[in-house]
Design a protein around this ligand. Structure first.
Ligand code: PMM
Length: 283
């Protein structure tokens, strides 16, 4: 389904981890994470995506109790203040606890592959569910980046997961798909996905895109550019993706994304003043 012409949702990234590639350690304490989550919402994030396990290439798994300790107090506090929270996890146990603490959306980078109990859990709780294209855990994913026709194969693999999850009982209207930029994909694969973004919309499901600060954007930049330096190309990608009709973008820098999306709205003839769009919320 194309959401072109509608408000593109901004999902602000809140990594409560010591080692995420783009913002590792900055929001590792509960208080700092809550403060940053409130800041993201105040800046205009429609959803705050709380994660306790880094998925950067090479990262080791985090045991569920440690993941829960990181994310639960943050989810509870932000949801308690009326913020829409998503939980970025591959573990059904963490998803269950986070939903019970107020999360409205489960964002599973493995699309249900890492934990077979995830589909049934999401079906049972009736929450929205981001199904991302994934081929394997962070330690091995760079070795799995082999395709002959990347966008087509990624799309087919992703929609096979959608079928499996619907067979688990997940309602189709709860599913959001994400091509998973950077996960078992080289820069060329990522650009191929972006060139074919509309193909991911043809099945009628909303598309979420996570390009923010990812390494392939440094193809465009100077040597030594930091992940934060990638906020400009991230915002440009968000704007282009909005015009391609994506439902939402997952980003670290909400302010630049919001300005970029406001430009799109004005370009397309939107009448709202800069920054006043309230957003459609979660479907
Ligand atoms: N990327 C990361 C983590 N979670 N979730 C979705 N749905 N899509 C993504 O592209 C995605 C994600 C890795 O980025 P980070 O370490 O900066 O959070």
């Amino acid at each position: 389904m194309s959401f072109a012409g509608q408000t593109t949702l901004i999902m602000g990234v809140l990594n409560v981890t010591p080692d995420s590639f783009s913002d590792g350690g900055r929001w590792a304490s509960t208080d700092a994470a809550i403060a940053h989550g409130l800041e993201l919402a105040a800046q205009g994030a429609h959803i705050v995506d709380v994660g306790g396990e880094s998925t950067r290439p090479g990262a080791e798994r985090v045991p569920v109790p440690a993941e829960l300790e990181r994310v639960l107090p943050v989810v509870r506090e932000l949801a308690g203040r009326g913020i829409r929270v998503s939980i970025d996890t591959m573990n059904s146990e963490t998803a269950r606890a986070a939903v019970d603490a107020g999360a409205q959306l489960v964002n599973d980078v493995s699309g249900g592959l890492a934990d077979p109990a995830m589909g049934p859990l999401v079906a049972d709780r009736g929450v929205d569910y981001v199904v991302m294209h994934w081929r394997g855990h962070s330690r091995t994913m760079n070795d799995l980046a082999h395709y002959t026709d990347a966008a087509r194969e990624i799309r087919e693999e992703l929609f096979r997961r959608v079928d499996a999850l619907e067979a688990d009982g997940v309602a189709p209207e709860r599913i959001i798909v994400d091509p998973g930029l950077g996960f078992a994909k080289t820069s060329d694969h990522n650009w191929d996905v972006l060139r074919h973004l509309r193909d991911f919309e043809t099945a009628g499901l909303p598309v979420l895109l996570g390009a923010s600060r990812k390494r392939f954007l440094s193809d465009l930049m100077w040597d030594g550019a930091t992940p934060q330096d990638r906020d400009l190309p991230s915002a440009v990608v968000a704007a282009l993706a909005a015009r391609e009709g994506v439902w939402g973008v997952r980003v670290h820098d909400v302010v630049s994304t919001r300005i970029a999306l406001d430009v799109v709205r004005h370009w397309d003839g939107g009448s709202a003043a800069m920054g006043t769009e309230s957003g459609r919320g979660i479907r």
